[in-house]
Write a protein that binds this ligand. Structure first.
Ligand SMILES: [Zn+2]
Length: 407
């Protein structure tokens, strides 16, 4: 079989990055070693001994033409500055659109608009738990204490006023209390949760299961009303996560609830290591889509290929999407793009050899997974069959209002 056309398409396609976070300046306190790992504290000292760390470091050193050590790369970053390394990384990554969840707290992060220097189209994803925490941190104007009703009124109005300027919501319920959302959580339960959360003082963290579930369900109603997609953290993350609770199978009650049947969900991170479970959900629930960011580039080569192959075991190919899950460092966007091209080529080539796909079908799948599925899912384009982005600017993008609308 001749895979040269497939290879060319994979290498040349412009990428739509549906899930990423803000970049930070060089003097941020967020350490560069975190570009390679979700580990922290003492676990960080072992991180350089993982397969993905060694490979990703080599790839960056090769891009920069510098010594292949953490110190060598850090020295290169210091000497060249953030603008230069961003240019190098994004020129090589060729990402046409980035959707940024700016609810990930990072020291000195750049505003969303700043990222337009490196990618033509940049939009915002709103993290709903962060919106809730900002509201509760600010307090009521008259100094009185929150009730569930007064809080939810402000929360709903914030989400509604943002709806026209964002591309979706994001939930980190998995981090706080897990994905087994109680679709019958009562107002009383949520009110108790709110009281408990407020009693813990500021900065407020809404990590009480009843309150998190209530916020999640309120967000779904608004998402459904405005036909906005909802990104859900699933699978691995950092130490703050109880991974047992981030298995997307826990979402069954939400997925089976008729009240939310028109919601569109995307399960982030290939739900690793629950990639097969995610694939199954996408195959039986029309409202479930998949995203393989973070699994690429944070796993070994075997891990990246096997988790993407597992995602494709059952899932419809027009529901599976690329993202970088880039954050803090432009190198994470570069690695996400580069490794995704390599992994998808390998997975598509094997699908052709196995007889699952013809080569022309595999070429179409590449366009779908890297761009068209996300353009459609996030409504970034009115003509979803057009792979050329230049003629096809998103209708909704208004960067000025995105940035001035502080939530
Ligand atoms: Zn993320």
């Amino acid at each position: 079989m001749d895979f040269s056309e497939l290879r060319t398409v994979v290498e040349e396609v412009e990428l739509v990055d549906g899930h990423a976070h803000n970049i930070v300046p060089l003097d941020s306190t967020f350490p560069f070693i975190r570009a390679f790992t979700g580990a922290s504290g003492d676990a960080l000292t072992f991180s350089p001994h993982s397969l993905s760390f060694k490979r990703n470091l080599k790839d960056i050193a090769e891009l920069y033409g510098c010594e292949s050590t953490l110190q060598g790369v850090e020295e290169y970053r210091r000497v060249n500055g953030i603008q230069s390394i961003c240019s190098t990384c994004f020129k090589s990554a060729r990402i046409s659109t980035i959707l940024i969840d700016d609810g990930f707290e990072l020291d000195k992060k750049h505003y969303i608009e700043w990222h337009k220097n490196f990618s033509p189209l940049v939009g915002r994803i709103l993290r709903v738990e962060r919106v809730a925490e900002q509201i509760l941190d600010e307090g009521l104007p008259d100094g009185s204490s929150w009730t569930l009703d007064s809080f939810i009124e402000v929360f709903v109005s914030k989400l509604k006023s943002a709806a026209g300027e964002i591309y979706g919501f994001k939930s980190i319920a998995a981090y706080y209390s897990g994905l087994e959302i109680n679709t019958n959580v009562t107002k009383n339960d949520a009110e108790e949760g709110l009281t408990q959360v407020l009693a813990s003082g500021k900065p407020v963290c809404v990590a009480n299961k009843n309150l998190v579930d209530y916020i999640f369900l309120q967000s779904l109603e608004i998402a459904q009303f405005y036909d906005l997609p909802v990104q859900i953290h699933t699978g691995f993350g950092d130490k703050g996560l109880d991974m047992r609770l981030s298995n997307p199978l826990h979402l069954r009650a939400v997925l089976e609830d008729k009240r939310y049947s028109k919601c569109r969900f995307v399960l982030l991170h290939a739900s690793y290591p629950f990639s097969r479970e995610a694939s199954y959900l996408a195959s039986i629930h029309p409202q479930v889509y998949l995203d393989f960011g973070l699994a690429i580039p944070k796993l070994s080569v075997h891990g990246m290929i096997s988790s993407v192959k597992e995602l494709l075991e059952l899932a419809p190919l027009n529901k599976v999407m690329f993202s970088t899950d880039g954050y803090a460092f432009p190198e994470t966007f570069y690695l996400g793009a580069k490794k995704s091209r390599e992994v998808i080529f390998s997975v598509m080539r094997d699908a052709c050899i196995d007889g699952d796909l013809s080569i022309p079908e595999a070429v179409e799948v590449v366009h779908d997974m890297f761009a068209r599925n996300a353009l459609h899912f996030y409504k970034l384009s009115s003509a979803n069959n057009d792979v050329s982005l230049s003629n096809n600017l998103p209708q909704k993008l208004n960067i000025n209002s995105l940035v001035t609308n502080e939530l």
